[in-house]
Design a protein around this ligand. Sequence first.
Ligand SMILES: [Fe+2]
Ligand SMILES: [Fe+2]
Length: 141
Amino acid sequence: MPDFIVWSDEYSVRFDEIDRQHRQIIGIINEMFQLVKGGEAEEKFEKILGDLKTYTETHFAYEEGIMRIAEFPAFEEHIKLHCGMAEKTAGLFKLKFDDKERIKEKVLDFLKDWWLGHIRAKDVEYVPYVKGLSEKLSSNT
Ligand SMILES: [Fe+2]
Ligand SMILES: [Fe+2]
C-alpha cells in the first residue's frame, strides 16, 4: 500500500533537525492510515494516537525553544497555532476506532492538510532567524 503522505523536497524547511522531526510526524500519520485501512486491533490505534500526541508536543516545544532564542518576531502567533493543534490532537482520543469511515475521510485529511500547510506556510518563516542565530554564534567563537 503506498504511503498516505509521501515526503517530498518541497516540504523541506532546509533545516535538518526540523525536517527530521517533521518526517517522524508524517511517518506516524502514515502508520495511522495503514492501521485504519488494514483492520488492525484497537490497542494499536490507541498507541498510535499516543505517539502522535507525544511527538507533536515534543516537536512544538523544540520549535518554540529555538524560535524564542532566535527572537523570531511572529513567535506569539506561531505559538497560538501550535496550541490550537495540540488541543485538536489531544481531542482525537475521543475518536472511536469503529468510526473508521470518519477517520479515513476527515481526520487523516485534516492531519495531512494541517501539517503540510503549517510546514510550508509557517515553519519556513522562522528558519532564516534560527539559521542566522547559529551563524552569529559560530562567528563569535
Ligand atoms: Fe514544525
Ligand atoms: Fe510550527
